[in-house]
Design a binder for this molecule. Structure first.
Ligand code: CTP
Ligand code: MG
Length: 242
C-alpha cells in the first residue's frame, strides 16, 4: 500500500531527476540507473519520504519517462511527477510550479544523491523553520585546490579554509525560491546560486558523506558498496541471535 506523507508537515521536496547522466556513461537516464537492484531515484525518494516533516514530494522525471516514474514510485509514497526540462534549473522550475498550496518550506534535492539520510533533510528544514531564508548542507574541502591555466600550468594555490563543497537538499522559504526562479536569467547548477543573486543570506548546515552526488562510474560503485554495508548492518541489528 502507498504510504501517506505527513499531511501536517510543512515541507515540500522537489527532486530533479531528469538528467541524462552523461558523465556516468551509457546506460539510460542516471536517476533510473540501479544500485542494489533498485533505481537511484527509488533510493532517494524512499529516504526523503522517511523524513517526518515532509508533506509533498514532486519529482521532475526524464522527459518521456514520467508515466514509468509515476508507476515506479507509487509503492513508496503518494507523490507528484512532472516532466523535467533541458536544464536542471528548468526541471526544478517545473517541479516548483506543481507544489500545492500548504508547505511553506521548499527543499530541492538531487535524485543523484541517492543515499542522503532523512536526518539531513530534517536538518535543512529545521534551519528554515528557525528563521533562515535559505540553507545548504556543506562539507569542508579536503584536497589542496589550485587555479590552473587552460594549458595546464598552475597559476596559484587557493586558500581552502574558506571553501566548502555544497550538497543538497538545499532549503528555502517558499516565497524566496519562487521569487528567485521568477527572476532567473542564466541556468545555474544549484538553487542557492539563484537566491544569492537576489541578495538573500544563505546559511550553512553540516553536510553528510552519504549525500555524495553520484556523477561518475566510481561514485556508482562507491554508492553500491555503501548500500551493501548499510544492508548488512540492518540485517545484523534486526535478526534474532541464532
Ligand atoms: N537534472 C534534471 N534535469 C536536467 C539535468 C539534471 O532534473 N535537465 C537533475 C539530475 O537528474 C540530477 C541533478 O539534476 O538528479 C544533478 O545533476 P547532475 O548530477 O549533473 O545529473 P545529470 O545532468 O544527469 O548528469 P551529467 O551532467 O553527467 O549529464
Ligand atoms: Mg548535469
Amino acid at each position: 500500500m502507498t504510504a501517506q506523507l505527513n499531511p501536517r508537515g510543512d515541507v515540500a521536496v522537489l527532486v530533479p531527476a531528469a538528467g541524462a547522466g552523461v558523465r556516468l556513461g551509457p546506460g539510460g537516464p542516471k536517476a533510473l540507473r540501479q544500485i542494489g537492484g533498485e533505481p537511484l531515484l527509488v533510493h532517494a525518494v524512499r529516504r526523503i519520504a522517511a523524513a517526518p516533516s515532509v508533506h509533498t514530494i514532486v519529482v521532475a522525471a526524464p522527459p518521456g519517462d514520467a508515466e514509468a516514474v509515476r508507476e515506479l514510485l507509487a509503492p513508496i509514497a503518494e507523490l507528484i511527477v512532472v516532466a523535467g526540462g533541458a536544464t536542471r534549473q528548468e526541471s526544478v522550475a517545473a517541479a516548483l510550479a506543481a507544489v500545492p498550496p500548504g508547505p511553506e518550506i521548499v527543499l530541492v534535492h538531487d535524485a543523484a544523491r541517492a543515499l542522503t539520510p532523512a536526518i539531513l533533510v530534517e536538518a535543512v528544514a529545521t534551519a528554515i523553520r528557525s528563521g533562515e531564508d535559505a540553507a545548504i548542507p556543506v562539507l569542508p574541502v579536503v584536497d589542496t585546490i589550485k587555479e590552473v591555466s587552460t594549458d595546464g600550468v598552475v597559476l596559484g594555490t587557493v586558500d581552502r579554509s574558506a571553501l566548502r563543497a555544497v550538497q543538497t537538499p538545499q532549503g528555502f522559504r517558499r516565497s524566496v525560491l519562487t521569487a528567485a526562479h521568477a527572476a532567473a536569467v542564466d541556468p545555474l547548477t544549484d538553487d542557492a546560486g539563484l537566491v544569492e543573486k537576489q541578495g538573500v543570506r544563505v546559511a550553512c548546515v553540516p553536510g553528510s558523506e552519504y549525500a555524495l552526488k553520484i556523477t561518475r562510474p566510481f561514485d556508482l560503485a562507491l554508492a553500491e558498496h555503501l548500500l551493501n554495508a548499510e544492508n548488512s548492518r540492518n540485517v545484523a541489528t534486526t535478526s534474532e541471535p541464532g
